[in-house]
Design a protein around this ligand. Structure first.
Ligand SMILES: *Cc1c(COP(=O)(O)O)cnc(C)c1O
Length: 445
């Protein structure tokens, strides 16, 4: 009971009602009334292809409407014309302007989505493990020590992000990654003693009620799970619905659950997805951070670098400094994945390194816990360590932060410099080599 008292919010906060708008409700969002009609039409066209979902808190507190359409949180949540190539856009726009059935729209959307590499990095085939001879669809086990779990009730978010690399999970009919069965997760973990980290992801696991989260997590306190040292929960809720930790009916129970896991000796880390420092400005987010930190859990932050949203290095260094000040640990800067609306958000690799370097050099050591810029590609997480010249050849220096074979980690390798390269598969080995050192082995995996 003492726990309950300790984890109280510092003051009474208003609990707003959670209201969410999806693509059929675009016309109901009052703030959009002031925008030119063509912008609203463009949004509707794009929202038929990519998932769209935004809540009242994001609309009312995080977006600066006088800066729209350039506001970063607006770009982060509302569909943008540039997310589709001209041909796909015109096809969908033409269909919407003429007489059409929902089925025709769905079929065209499906066709367009297929062209957008919906399942990057071999996620559908390569990372799904087996238990008792059957594929366990809700689990990905790519790196030896870490298991990713996709609880089926967590396969959506409080708001969707426009750039999201998991976009394909939120549209169409099939959600392939999910698994209703906590027993399956527990059996799998109990049998895999090499696993030290459980990473719950989604969607967003924090959309789940605490009773459900408890079913998945409480059991991990038992001795048969002593090898599970770390529990990470990936979430956007800290900035997109901070009420989850402060005023939601089961907010207190959530904090108690986290504290119980910490007290049982687990390292609990909330992996907070924060794309722009503007997301950190509300009092309720500050209070959520304070309450989570009181449980003894850590908060680590991560986000991709995105054209049209967060290309300013000064913003990144300020954001990392603020995060550190608030008690969070900057963890990853990612490179936008090769899927979905990447055409609108991607940047050349050399630019991602320039931005990272410019931001990193302006923070002190306590914020240099952040790593990147990193590509989550098939063979692993590849960091663009830099651009340099060796014996007159301009090259990218690269290294694995995390790899399918742990032995690849931290071995420098080099690719020919290419100002247009956006992703690992655009790169060719430097110095006349035929392949990268890991390629043959990767192809047999
Ligand atoms: C990033 C990632 C992890 C976690 O890796 P860490 O280096 O421990 O942060 C685990 N699984 C997958 C598939 C990942 O992409």
């Amino acid at each position: 009971m003492q726990q309950t008292v300790q984890l109280q919010p510092a003051q009474a906060y208003q609990a707003p009602r959670f209201t969410v708008y999806q693509h059929r409700q675009i016309d109901k969002i009052e703030q959009l009334d002031k925008l030119p009609e063509h912008l609203r039409f463009e949004m509707k066209v794009v929202a038929n292809v990519f998932p769209f979902r935004v809540n009242n808190f994001v609309i009312e507190e995080l977006i600066d409407w006088h800066k729209v359409p350039n506001d970063p949180v607006f770009q982060l949540t509302f569909p943008q014309r540039g997310m589709l190539d001209d041909e796909s856009y015109e096809q969908m726009a033409t269909l919407l302007k003429s007489e059409h059935t929902p089925e025709e729209v769905f079929n065209l959307a499906t066709e367009i989505r297929h062209k957008l590499n919906p399942h990057p990095a071999g996620q559908m085939e390569k990372n799904v493990p087996e238990y008792d001879g059957e594929r366990v669809e809700g689990i990905q086990h790519k790196y030896k020590e870490t298991v990713l779990f996709f609880p089926s009730q967590g396969q959506y978010c409080h708001s969707y992000c426009t750039f999201c690399f998991r976009w394909a999970q939120f549209v169409g009919k099939a959600t392939r990654f999910n698994n209703n069965d906590e027993d399956l997760l527990h059996n799998y973990l109990a049998e895999h003693k090499e696993v030290t980290d459980l990473l719950m992801t989604g969607g967003d696991p924090m959309v789940m009620r605490t009773v459900k989260l408890r079913k998945y997590l409480e059991t991990l306190k038992e001795p048969r799970f002593d090898h599970i040292k770390t529990i990470r929960i990936g979430t956007k809720s800290l900035t997109f619905w901070p009420f989850r930790y402060v005023t939601d009916p089961d907010a207190k129970e959530l904090l108690i659950l986290i504290k119980e896991l910490v007290d049982a000796g687990k390292h609990v880390s909330i992996m907070a997805h924060i794309n722009h420092k503007q997301e950190l400005r509300t009092d309720i987010t500050k209070e959520a951070i304070r309450l989570i930190r009181k449980t003894g859990a850590q908060i680590r932050t991560q986000a991709p670098l995105l054209n049209n949203i967060n290309t300013d290095p000064l913003m990144w260094s300020e954001m990392w400094k603020e995060q550190t000040q608030m008690g969070m640990i900057p963890y990853y800067m990612f490179i936008e994945r090769d899927t979905g609306a990447k055409r609108y958000f991607e940047l050349p690799l050399y630019k991602t390194w320039e931005i990272f370097r410019e931001a990193y050099k302006n923070v002190s050591g306590v914020s240099r816990t952040v790593r990147g810029p990193s590509m989550s590609a098939g063979p692993g997480k590849v960091e663009v360590s830099g651009v340099t010249e060796i014996h007159g050849e301009k090259v990218f220096a690269l290294r694995f932060i995390q790899a399918r074979n742990p032995d690849w980690v931290q071995r420098p390798f080099f690719a020919k410099f290419d100002e247009n390269a956006m992703w690992l598969n655009d790169l060719k080995p430097a110095f006349g080599e035929e392949k990268f050192f890991w390629e043959d082995e990767y192809n047999t995996m």
